[in-house]
Design a protein around this ligand. Structure first.
Ligand SMILES: [Fe+2]
Ligand SMILES: [Fe+2]
Ligand SMILES: [Fe+2]
Length: 422
């Protein structure tokens, strides 16, 4: 029987927004707080609902184009950083999903000074310019906050800093809107409160709450690009895992809704790698014990990010347990055969098959014989489910052809994102 997959996309955006700031202590709550300040200014401006939503989505994920933790920290530093590439890349990623597309110009201009808009003949009456100017100010404000001192002691200094932006950087009208907000102590206290995520979720600033599979998939695909595009060696990995997992699911007669869930679980299985720095993720030589432990956190965070999304309960388990092994030798939960769903076992095998078949910094890609030998050895050792490995072996060519096609599609987008932007 067909069950429609319904997903709360607002949950997904909040969850990813929070995860983006987990990678470094200097970034904690940066996206959320920027979104909070933006929404307060939008309220003061009495903007219409449609623009508020567009602005809010842009602010929540404004640094999405700064793909690695290192780049996020550099975008956070005032001096010596060149913000343009992460703005353009972020806008490019937003264009991929119907639900995010209207916010793309705001993301693309969130570091663009007002003087540049004026030179280009744009004014504040353009809603995208207004939105981008609000995020520009909110982002600057958030970065100027000292995380270790009382916020109300800092408020006068922060207000002066924002006034200094007026003119060339931020339109006087936007600074005036901020001033109207900044007289309130409750604004400052809410901004640094520990439960800012709950407060933000409760405001219901995103109206399109429950969405179908196609919409959820398009947003998941953007998040997948954000995860994979950090290195050319991983650029197509999750697309491959999704196609391979779905192919195996079809052989095993999964229902339509289950196949959709396998697809999204494959796309998002490595989203927890957001917390892993590029120096470790892209290291061409072998990892030491510390580096290995840092990488091994990623399925934990994948589960954390996805399990908070209503409608993704099943997907969270299938994606978050992809490094578990049937004998308990996997990580991070050391689950065993009977603790794991069929879907999680499939994603695990699709992940290994795709990873062995694709090239890595330290080796080329492997052929069918090597992939199946390796999987069968792991099944014989009690780590993987033999029937699933054999389901893949039975239909290896059609499944891997689809896997390679899906990867080729991602490779084109990766080339577009990087060849034209960086
Ligand atoms: Fe930022
Ligand atoms: Fe993984
Ligand atoms: Fe993976």
């Amino acid at each position: 029987m067909w069950h429609r997959l319904t997903v709360n996309l607002a949950d997904l955006l909040f969850s990813v927004s929070e995860a983006m700031d987990l990678s470094d202590s200097t970034l904690v709550d940066h996206q959320l707080r920027t979104a909070f300040v933006s929404s307060e200014i939008a309220r003061a401006a009495q903007l219409d609902y449609e623009l508020v939503e567009r602005l809010f989505i842009a602010a929540l994920l404004h640094d999405i184009g700064a793909l690695s933790p290192e780049e996020k920290v550099s975008a956070h530093v005032f001096e010596d950083s060149c913000p343009e590439p992460h703005c353009q890349r972020g806008a490019r990623l937003f264009l991929e999903a119907f639900w995010l597309r209207p916010s793309a110009p705001i993301v693309g201009w969130h570091h663009t000074p007002m003087a540049v808009h004026r030179d280009a003949g744009r004014s504040l009456s353009d809603p995208d310019v207004l939105g981008a100017q609000i995020v520009f100010l909110a982002d600057h404000l958030e970065r100027a906050i000292q995380r270790d001192s009382f916020i109300l002691d800092q408020a006068p200094m922060l207000r002066r800093c924002m006034r200094d932006l007026a003119g060339a950087n931020v339109h006087h009208d936007v600074v005036a809107l901020f001033e109207a907000v900044a007289v309130r102590e409750d604004f400052w206290l809410a901004l640094v409160s520990k439960n800012i995520d709950r407060q933000m979720r409760e405001r219901n600033l995103l109206r399109s709450i429950d969405n179908d599979y196609e919409t959820a998939r398009s947003v998941a695909s953007v998040l997948k690009d954000m995860t994979d595009f950090r290195s050319r060696f991983t650029a197509t990995h999750s697309s491959g895992v999704a196609a391979c997992a779905r192919g195996i699911g079809e052989v095993l007669n999964f229902s339509g809704a289950e196949l959709q869930q396998l697809d999204i679980a494959g796309l998002l299985h490595d989203v927890g790698k957001l917390v892993v720095p590029n120096t470790i993720l892209c290291k061409p030589t072998s990892l030491d014990a510390h580096e290995y432990a840092v990488i091994q956190q990623h399925p934990f965070y994948t589960y954390q990010i996805l399990s908070r999304v209503r409608g993704f309960e099943q997907i969270a388990a299938w994606a978050g347990f992809h490094h578990e092994r049937l004998d308990g030798s996997g990580y991070c939960n050391h689950l065993k055969r009977h603790d794991l769903d069929l879907g999680a076992k499939i994603v695990a095998i699709a992940d290994i098959a795709t990873a062995i078949a694709e090239p890595r910094p330290y080796r080329g890609g492997s052929a069918q014989k090597t992939v199946l030998t390796e999987l069968r050895t792991m099944a014989a050792n009690g780590q993987l489910e033999r029937q699933i490995v054999e389901a893949l072996a039975d239909c290896y060519d059609p499944i891997m052809t689809r896997t390679i096609d899906a990867q080729a599609e991602s490779a084109v987008r990766y080339a577009e994102c990087y060849a034209t932007i960086v």
